[in-house]
Design a protein around this ligand. Sequence first.
Ligand code: NAD
Ligand code: WQD
Length: 367
Amino acid sequence: RRSTTMAVGTVLITGGTGYIGSFTTLALLDAGYDVVIVDSLYNSSKVAIDRIELLAGRRPDFYQVDITNEKALDEVFAKHPAIDSVIHFAALKAVGESSIIPLEYYRVNVGGSIALLQSMTRYNVTNIVFSSSATVYGDATRFPDMIPIPEHCPIGPTNTYGRTKSMIEDVITDYVNAQRTNLEKEGKPFQQWNGALLRYFNPCGAHPSGIMGEDPQGVPFNLLPLLGQVATGQREKLLVFGEDYPSRDGTAIRDYIHVVDLARGHLEALNYLRSKQPGVKAWNLGSGRGSTVFEIIKAFSNVVGRDLKYEVVARRPGDVLDLTANPKLANEELQWKTELTMEKACEDLWRWVSNNPQGYRQEPPAE
Ligand code: NAD
Ligand code: WQD
């Protein structure tokens, strides 16, 4: 079904069949935008599009395209001249893997972002919202007064994945600024470039309907999906990485943000770019509330209704004590704040994993 009324705008979403991308597509469709998705399906399934349609009542356009393929991107822009903005999710995101195959991470994440910016330039698409990560801050506890973390906290990623994110932030910042300056010099009609660098903290949860959620191909590595597998019996126990942190219960602190809130943050950032034309800016998307690993285990066990097995092991290399956001800037400038709690995310995640233990796949993945 196509929309019958005029769209608010048309947005290209890279990585739109992925976890955060699918929820953002839904938020944009609900807000009256038309959405065109490009995704290679490297870590996602086309079934996500059916679920989006079921919830939104209309379907985004979809192209199976690799973002490193500029020619294929060009074809999508050529086919959809109404696109005026891009939300860029497509990336490789496994922290551990990134140190094993760093060139692949730089090629896809950094190279793919450059290809996208070049293609956008050819089609005069000048707004980009980028998926950055709290991981760009590295260990903010090395500075006094930087927890909860504000955007002006110095960047210092501690792994390859994080370095691809901070590099892309630099690429976008330099390019947006250069485009604005060049146009001014050339005296051309002012087509402002704008960029939002959204630093997410720990996204989690699923759609309250229980029909849309995270469906990683392969073994998950984030805390809540792993706990979900313990609850469904697909995993024997959770390994807790360290209880010797100087926190209230010895386990590390993170700012868990419900994916529905996170998706709405993208909508607000997009609206801000399109109306305020601010140039390039970074915003934290987090709740401002930190939870320890034990608190998450407790909250999820409460929802499931029984204790979940865990075992404390050594710290995971590269992990830091505390990544809690100071979300004041996004609260004030984007008029956005989280509305859903970590407990609600646990509830929605449990509905999703208990209804869909194999995610979007009908059958377990082939060995
Ligand atoms: P995801 O893997 O579910 O989504 C990423 C999507 O990009 C997938 O659908 C994948 O198939 C696609 N993709 C990968 N390589 C591609 C390529 N070369 N061309 C086209 N498509 C490609 O991950 P997500 O959790 O939804 O993350 C989305 C974005 O947010 C990523 O950029 C990630 O780095 C960033 N991020 C995620 C988290 C998190 O914890 N989930 C936190 C901070 C930032
Ligand atoms: C959360 C907490 C672990 C698994 C990662 C990326 C970050 C961002 C979000 C993309 C930590 C503990 C975990 C387990 C555990 N992604 N844990 N046992 O490490 O905060 O962030 O995902 O941008 O860049 O680094 O998330 O879910 O892996 O861990 O005890 O089996 O749970 O030590 O304290 P993390 P996570």
